[in-house]
Design a protein around this ligand. Structure first.
Ligand SMILES: [Mg+2]
Length: 405
């Protein structure tokens, strides 16, 4: 029996959610990521902004130079998460075999769903529902395996529907550049280029021994992909594996009080997310990027798990103090992450405050924030940031969120 995998990917997701909420933004160059006088990067750009050369990951200042008339938005993570949940719910109506691959994309195995329509018809119906119910545009790839479906959805953007005929994955992939193959990063591309390999077809034709000697086991995997061989099953939505938040400063800084205030804010963000996921963490990671772009991560682990803001912050600030004592370079970016997540745990007893008291406090704060916005209530440490919060006209994200599953 032929397998039929759909890869569904929402076009310009963050920006499109903003445009769905404020139709006045449609048809205009819109950038989500922050104000152009700030130092973050573009998180998402509308197709009307991409015409000017603006791309995700580009510094906001550069985006502004390319298109000063673009509308720059801070972005609203809760709105994106809400849209994402509705998107996944629509997909789940079509097949129970669903693998989310981020907020705005997912694989759907529709093998055996012939009674409901051909894969092409199902793809059209998904696109229709997403458009009608969410006012978003989905691009869909249809193929016999995940890797070809993913590349097909990308190829059709925006508003695409690309179907790879059953059994023709190899021919479909052959003319495409090797870099479009998942798993081929900058380094692998360089190694392949040195071998004179530019297209997926050239990679597929290489003797497996050559690939193995140059790129090891990972090379064998991309060699299989290049040949249209990908037997990976869909993985059902997993539980959160890590949660992190980071922010780039408007100006490089070594101000310890300010760094601690931002760190506290990021820890509260991470803690709130952790409690929403009903998880506890055993590992806290601090990330610092210095003015010269050197980036370090330091982590601290415990045998006992926690979901308390206070405990996460205590660990993170210890790492920060340690890092600042060893290195006096100006800091450009700070981030905090939690990993090694467990379903439940006993609270850490590092602090005098009783764990129950902390849990009650966090829950009460979560309730207020869910109702009135994250910055509606502040803890002592983050009072320093009140001017930053006040300068925003919404519960904007100050940081770059990430939740990996
Ligand atoms: Mg997308």
């Amino acid at each position: 029996m032929n397998r039929y995998i759909l890869h569904i990917d929402l076009d310009a997701f963050f920006v499109s959610v903003e445009q769905a909420l404020a139709p006045g933004l449609r048809g205009k160059p819109v950038v989500v990521g922050g104000q152009p006088d700030r130092r973050g990067v573009v998180a998402s750009a509308s197709y009307d902004a991409r015409v000017f050369g603006i791309r995700a990951g580009m510094p906001l200042t550069q985006a502004y130079r390319l298109c000063p008339q673009a509308i720059f938005l801070q972005g609203s993570f809760p709105a994106y998460r809400d849209a994402s949940e509705k998107f996944m719910a629509i997909l789940a109506d079509f097949s129970p075999c669903l693998e989310p691959a981020g907020l705005d994309e997912a694989y759907l195995d529709v093998t055996g769903c012939e009674a409901y329509g051909t894969p092409h018809q199902l793809a059209l119906r998904i696109k229709e529902r997403v458009k009608k119910e969410l006012k978003l545009i989905a691009s869909v790839g249809v193929a016999g395996c995940k890797v070809a479906a993913k590349i097909a959805s990308d190829l059709g953007k925006p508003d695409g529907l690309v179907e790879v005929p059953s059994g023709h994955e190899r021919e479909f992939l052959a003319p495409l550049p090797v870099a479009s193959l998942p798993g081929v990063g900058k380094k692998t591309e360089q190694v392949l280029r040195a071998l004179g390999i530019k297209t997926i077809g050239q990679l597929a034709a290489l003797p497996p021994e050559t690939i193995k000697s140059r790129l090891g086991a990972a090379g064998m995997m991309i060699h299989h992909y290049a040949n249209g061989v990908d037997n990976r099953d869909l993985e059902p939505p997993g539980e959160a594996k890590s949660i992190s938040r980071e922010t780039t400063f408007a100006e490089d800084t070594l101000d310890r009080t300010f760094l601690q205030a931002i760190l506290r804010y990021l820890c509260e963000r991470v803690g709130a997310e952790l409690r929403q996921e009903n998880k506890h963490t055993k590992t806290i990671t601090l990330k610092l990027r210095y003015a010269d772009f050197e980036t370090i991560t330091r982590r601290i682990s415990s045998t006992e798990a926690t979901d308390a803001d206070e405990v996460i912050f205590a660990g993170a600030v210890k790492l920060l103090d340690h890092a600042l004592a060893r290195n006096r370079k100006l800091v450009r970016l700070i981030g905090v992450g939690v990993s090694n997540l467990v379903g439940y745990g006993r609270q850490l007893h590092l602090l005098d405050s009783s764990p129950q008291r902390l849990a009650h406090l966090d829950k009460a704060i979560d309730r207020i924030r869910n109702k009135y916005g994250f910055t509606s209530i502040q803890t002592g440490r983050t009072l320093l940031l009140k001017d930053i919060f006040a300068s925003r006209d919404d519960d904007y994200i100050l940081e770059t969120p990430s939740l990996s599953r």
